[in-house]
Design a protein around this ligand. Structure first.
Ligand code: HEC
Length: 206
């Protein structure tokens, strides 16, 4: 199942590469890397330099890990859907209208899953899942600690102890990262603009 999803996202990524030739600044990593530059004219402290290095590394890991593919809403362009830079990692939009799901389309010998146009909403044998708001807003991950993020990715359970995280969230792929890399990834999530967006709870299968 997840292989199929990654292939689908691969197609997306190809679109992104093709369009990148026409539109160089479509790289979310570059944007994120620019964000944490120290404001003061004085030389940044060693700690500040380490922190901004971690954020830049986390931004690359997020791009490589496809976090934006599912967690960032898209804007439609002539080159196809592109990440909405104004709402990086805001998750499935609370205002979105979920299209009706045709009955009998998903099954062992049929389609594995359906996704909304922007890949933030998913329907499969597990029901309907909505990509979480990963921004440091109260409706996102503001209350999470790095340790809780690491435990969530390692166990596949909400905050390491709650409900099982549903597909297509590839937590088991993220879990192969070291603690240091996961901390860098979390530092990057902390660095993006907080967006107020209350993502709906998943809907169990009928
Ligand atoms: C193929 C789509 C997809 C990709 C790629 C993806 N996610 Fe998710 N993610 C989801 C969905 C859907 C959910 C909601 C799952 C649920 O409600 O159980 C989710 C949930 C989450 C959650 C919330 C878990 C919780 O306990 O509330 C976190 C944190 C998260 N993803 C982080 C990431 C990070 C970091 C990346 C990149 C390394 C990433 N995701 C890549 C689809 C994806």
């Amino acid at each position: 199942m997840n292989i199929a999803v990654r292939c689908l996202l691969g197609l997306f990524a190809v679109g992104g590469v093709l369009s990148a030739q026409a539109q160089p600044p479509s790289d979310t990593t570059a944007m994120a890397a620019a964000a944490p530059a120290p404001a003061s004219a004085a030389a940044p402290s060693a700690a500040a330099r380490e922190a901004s290095k971690a954020v830049r590394r986390g931004a690359r890991l997020a791009t490589f890990g496809g976090c934006h593919d599912c967690h960032t809403p898209k804007v439609m362009t002539p080159q196809g859907p592109q990440p909405d830079k104004a709402r990086l990692l805001a998750g499935y939009s609370a205002q979105a209208q979920l299209p009706a799901v045709p009955q009998g389309v998903i099954g062992p010998a049929q389609w594995g899953a359906l996704a909304t146009n922007d890949l933030t909403g998913w329907v499969g044998p597990w029901g309907t899942s909505f990509a979480a708001n990963l921004t440091p807003d109260a409706t996102g991950l503001a209350a999470w600690t790095a340790e809780q993020f690491i435990q969530t990715m390692r166990t596949g359970k909400h905050l390491g102890a709650g409900r099982a995280i549903l597909p297509p969230m590839p937590w088991f792929d993220v879990a192969v990262l070291s603690d240091e890399d996961l901390k860098a990834l979390f530092a990057y999530l902390r660095s993006v603009k907080p967006i107020s967006n209350e993502v709906p709870q998943p809907i169990p299968p009928k």
